[in-house]
Design a protein around this ligand. Sequence first.
Ligand SMILES: CC(C)(COP(=O)(O)OP(=O)(O)OC[C@H]1O[C@@H](n2cnc3c(N)ncnc32)[C@H](O)[C@@H]1OP(=O)(O)O)[C@@H](O)C(=O)NCCC(=O)NCCS
Length: 169
Amino acid sequence: MEGLIIREVRLSDAVQIVNFKKMVSQESKFLLTCPDEVEDLIDQRRMITLYLGDPRRIFLVAEYFGEIVGMITLYGSNRRRIVHRGELGITVRRDFWGKGIGTSLMHNCLAIAKQKGFKKIQLEVMANNERAIRLYKKFGFEVEGVMKRAVCVDGEYIDLVMMGRWLGD
Ligand SMILES: CC(C)(COP(=O)(O)OP(=O)(O)OC[C@H]1O[C@@H](n2cnc3c(N)ncnc32)[C@H](O)[C@@H]1OP(=O)(O)O)[C@@H](O)C(=O)NCCC(=O)NCCS
């Protein structure tokens, strides 16, 4: 997609990220965060600083002509027995779905994760989120388990699917 840049987050993105999160949490019921639960600017700045200062974390944004239209995060624990594992989260603004932005974010993030030495990438996705599940399967993620009725959206209980991909040799 012409005009699309995938880059590391910057502290100066904080205002845009708060607004982005408020928007995507309003337009998608597939996220765990409700619009009024999005962190405020101070917490967002804190979060970006945490990601930028921790080599075990990745935070990339998709920028389209100066506007943030997507983001992907990955974080891993420092505990030695699970140090090979990273947890991934991705979101794209609804009016930009289906244009390959999710694919670009995944591609870049997985390449960096591999460079950083992560061997296993994990994520959780609502069972009814077909678009996201297709994206993950396209990148080689497999269903590893199901947490039954783990989320409640507007009074409806929804299963959470655990997916994983081995990045190591
Ligand atoms: C899931 C999400 C990140 C995908 O982002 P996107 O930019 O639309 O992704 P892409 O355009 O790269 O499409 C990725 C894949 O989705 C699938 N897809 C595209 N359009 C689809 C449709 N109409 N129906 C079902 N799957 C579709 C395809 O497999 C596509 O890959 P392909 O075109 O190479 O076959 C985005 O829809 C989103 O942010 N959704 C709301 C938040 C969310 O659900 N996040 C994930 C929480 S676990």
